[in-house]
Ligand binder design. Structure first.
Ligand code: PLP
Length: 392
């Protein structure tokens, strides 16, 4: 076995069927969909089909809106900054709410807005790694809160937050709710008729679609101030010529992901649990969050006494791709925000290693990974004990 990819929360391979479906739109049907000639108009039915698939994939109402973005980071920026722009236009001083376990595509936007004078409340997580709805209830001020942004399924732990309750609380208080659905879509059912969120962001490359394309769901009756001005595309809400091939790929990828949800819940979960059982059989290892409360593909394990960079390197030498956190933070090899929020490892030498599977992960790959992880841990702990570097 040469390589095993267990970093599917960072990105996924493009389903070959999706690639095939996108192909004609690069060299044959390449017209600008806004052009009035046949090169443009021939693309329309495929874009309509892609959009229909996106609506179906999240069970959106026909009157809701979905705008196509370049990625989920753009979607998140659009929603959060839009509400800020809105408050500036209306001369109000906004207060906004988010949590300590958001992806940087949300948390860093809020940090930026804090510098512009926005009051941001950062919700903690409970002992289980979940954002407690009571904390949200306490933090909301119906007269001041302009927006609540919370993560549906956490990218590091896979823990699924009680978004239905967040929706009810926000609705009761007349406050808008924005969910980052990036790690939920394609892994668990997402039904926007059941969840009272006003905005939902997603990204195709997390569900076997191409990188560089995402979506922003906007509930009927709600809108956004555009982040990108300069054209009438997306009903004037997001300027720029649409990437038709990728949009078509994203629609198809979502349809396939939804079709595979049962497989995710059974087979992907079975393989995840097999890997998790093996990891837990190693001494001084803990997995964050109970299995039933996580997306079926994710494990965030805390390995005591192992240095993250060395562990990642060792695994990589054996052909295993995992992650010490989100792909963004792992570039700087920072500690996991969830560990910080849950105060894990404050006094101990812990490394959080994330293993994330997909519907392409095989049993043989898991068997190989188990051996590789065990031998890496053994080797690294051996080094730390022979060099007398104690871990407690
Ligand atoms: N939100 C979450 C929860 C993510 O996991 C990611 C990517 O890792 C993003 C947002 C950003 O997505 P994109 O790469 O499409 O900008």
């Amino acid at each position: 076995m040469e390589r095993v990819y267990l970093d599917n929360n960072a990105t996924t391979l493009v389903d070959p069927l999706v690639k095939e479906a996108m192909d004609p739109f690069f060299t044959k049907m390449y017209g600008n969909p806004n052009s009035l000639h046949s090169f443009g108009t021939e693309v329309h039915p495929y874009m309509k089909l892609a959009l229909d698939r996106l609506y179906d994939g999240i069970n959106a109402d026909d009157e809701d809106d979905i705008i196509i973005t370049s990625c989920a980071s753009e979607g998140n920026n659009t929603v959060i900054k839009s509400l800020y722009f809105d408050s500036v236009i209306n001369g109000k001083k906004p207060q906004m709410i988010t949590s300590l376990i958001e992806h940087p595509a949300v948390s860093e936007v809020y940090m930026f807005l804090e510098k512009l004078g926005v009051e941001v409340k950062w919700l903690p997580v409970n002992k289980e790694g979940i954002i407690d709805p009571d904390e949200l209830r306490k933090a909301i001020d119906p007269d001041k809160t302009a927006l609540v942004s919370l993560i549906w399924a956490n990218n590091e732990t896979g823990l699924i937050n009680p978004v239905k309750e967040y929706g009810e609380i926000c609705r009761e208080n007349g406050v808008k709710l924005h969910l980052d659905g990036v790690q939920a879509i394609g892994k668990i059912p997402v039904n926007m008729q059941e969840i009272q969120a006003d905005y939902l962001t997603f990204s195709a490359h997390k569900f076997h679609g191409p990188k560089g394309i995402g979506g922003l769901y906007i509930r009927k009756g709600v809108s956004v101030v555009p982040l990108i001005h300069g054209g009438e595309q997306m009903a004037g809400l997001r300027a720029g010529t649409i990437n038709t091939a990728y949009m078509i790929g994203m629609g198809y990828a979502l349809a396939l992901a939804v079709k595979n949800l049962d497989y995710e819940a059974t087979e992907v979960r079975r393989l995840r649990d097999k890997l998790e059982d093996a990891i837990l059989s190693i001494d001084d290892v803990e997995v964050i969050g109970s299995r039933d409360k996580r997306t079926p593909n994710t494990i965030l394990a805390s390995f005591r006494g192992i240095e993250g960079e060395a562990f990642l390197w060792d695994l990589n030498q054996k052909g295993i791709a995992a992650s010490t956190g989100s792909a963004c933070s792992s570039e700087s090899l920072e500690s996991n925000p969830t560990f910080k929020a849950m105060e894990i490892g404050a006094d101990l030498a812990h490394t959080g290693m994330r293993f994330s599977l997909s519907r392409y992960t095989t049993e043989e790959e898991i068997d190989y990974a188990v051996d590789a992880i065990k031998s890496a841990v053994e080797r690294l702990r051996g080094i730390s004990s022979t060099s007398n570097k104690e871990y407690i």
